[in-house]
Structures are given as structure tokens and as C-alpha cells.
Design a protein around this ligand. Structure first.
Ligand SMILES: [Fe+2]
Ligand SMILES: [Fe+2]
Length: 204
């Protein structure tokens, strides 16, 4: 197995992801490799979009993106891999949002916000005490980017029932699905599909 530093280097984000993220990345990788790989792809996409947007802090974005699902270490791998889950298991999966927030709250408060807000339908979390007022004002745009990249990667890499009928090789269809879910992200979703769809070719 390659080192985490090597994996981050492959994505060109080894110098912008906080060193404080590394122990969490070890935990994610040893708990569930597919979640680790998903986290890396989301970070790569987020960096790509962040680089197109002026004025964003790429370190905050990449660190938050790569740790957005850290709370999944509270969910047994057997549930994460299950093709179908019970209501009780789904309730546990939903908890990854709040668990991620709690894990990161003290050491990486900006990333904690992203972890806590990346599923807009799940319970809303407050701002960590350690997060400055200036950062509170800017976190939403970072959450928007990570949420879009997260959804796009799930759509492209998972074969869940809700995504089964979608032709993932058709950029128009993928954009339509993204548009249905992200009404105010037209430019970002165009950029994402036009530039990143090919990276999933081997998965189809
Ligand atoms: Fe998630
Ligand atoms: Fe995710």
C-alpha cells in the first residue's frame, strides 16, 4: 500500500492539505478503503473547482474536502458496503455528519463545518467555537463545492438503486441529474462534468 503522502502527491495536494489531517486519513483508510478513495477523488475535484474560483483558500478547501466523510469511521464497514440497509442502519450512516464534526471541531474547525454541513438534508450543525467570525462568513461557498463534488463522485462511482438508470457516460444526462440537485451551481457543474467525467471511464 502506498503512503498517504504519496496519494496526496498524486493529486497535487500534498502541500496544501494540513498535516493535522493525516492521522484522520489513516483512520479512514484503515476503516474503509472505498471511503478513503472517494475522499481523495472529492478532494481532487474540489481543488479543480477551487482553482477556477478566485479568492478561495485552497488549503482550507482541500483539507475540508478530503475529511468530509471522516465520520464514517463510526459506521461498520459491513454497513457501508451493504447494497441495502435497514432504517436503523441508515440512521447510523446519517450520524457520520455529526461524528465528523465532533472529531474535527477542536483541531480543524473549518473542516469540521464542511463535514457537518456536507449533506444539506441532515441535521444542521452550529459553528465550532474555535472558528473565527471571518471564517464563519465564508464557509458556505466551500461547503457548496464539496457537496457538489461529493454528489458527483457518488453518482459516478456507486451503483445504488437511485442512480442505476442513469447513463453515466452521457455528459448531458449527468448534468441534468446534477442540475436537479444543485440549482445554483450551473458553472461549477458544467466544469466538473466537462473535465472529470473521463476519469471514471474504467469504473463503467
Ligand atoms: Fe457524507
Ligand atoms: Fe462523501
Amino acid at each position: 500500500m502506498k503512503s498517504i503522502a504519496h496519494d496526496l502527491e498524486q493529486l497535487g495536494i500534498q502541500y496544501i492539505v494540513s498535516v493535522r489531517a493525516i492521522p484522520f486519513l489513516y483512520d479512514i483508510r484503515s476503516h474503509h478503503l472505498p471511503t478513503y478513495e472517494h475522499s481523495l477523488r472529492v478532494a481532487e475535484h474540489a481543488k479543480f473547482l477551487g482553482d477556477k474560483e478566485l479568492g478561495l483558500d485552497s488549503a482550507l478547501l482541500a483539507t475540508g474536502a478530503v475529511l468530509h466523510d471522516v465520520g464514517k469511521i463510526c459506521v461498520p464497514a459491513s454497513i457501508l458496503d451493504a447494497p441495502d440497509v435497514t432504517f436503523g442502519e441508515f440512521a447510523l450512516i446519517k450520524k457520520h455528519v455529526i461524528v465528523g464534526y465532533d472529531l474535527l471541531e477542536d483541531t480543524l474547525p473549518f473542516s469540521a463545518c464542511i463535514a457537518g454541513k456536507h449533506h444539506p438534508k441532515y441535521p444542521v450543525v452550529d459553528y465550532p467555537a474555535a472558528l473565527s467570525f471571518e471564517d464563519r462568513g465564508k464557509v458556505d461557498v466551500y461547503v457548496q463545492i464539496v457537496t457538489l463534488c461529493d454528489f458527483f463522485d457518488a453518482l459516478m462511482s456507486r451503483n445504488t438503486k437511485s442512480f442505476a438508470r442513469i447513463n453515466k457516460q452521457d455528459p448531458f444526462e449527468v448534468k441534468r441529474v446534477l442540475r436537479d440537485n444543485f440549482k445554483n451551481s450551473e458553472l461549477m457543474l458544467e466544469l466538473l462534468v466537462d473535465n472529470k467525467l473521463n476519469s471514471y471511464e474504467q469504473m463503467h
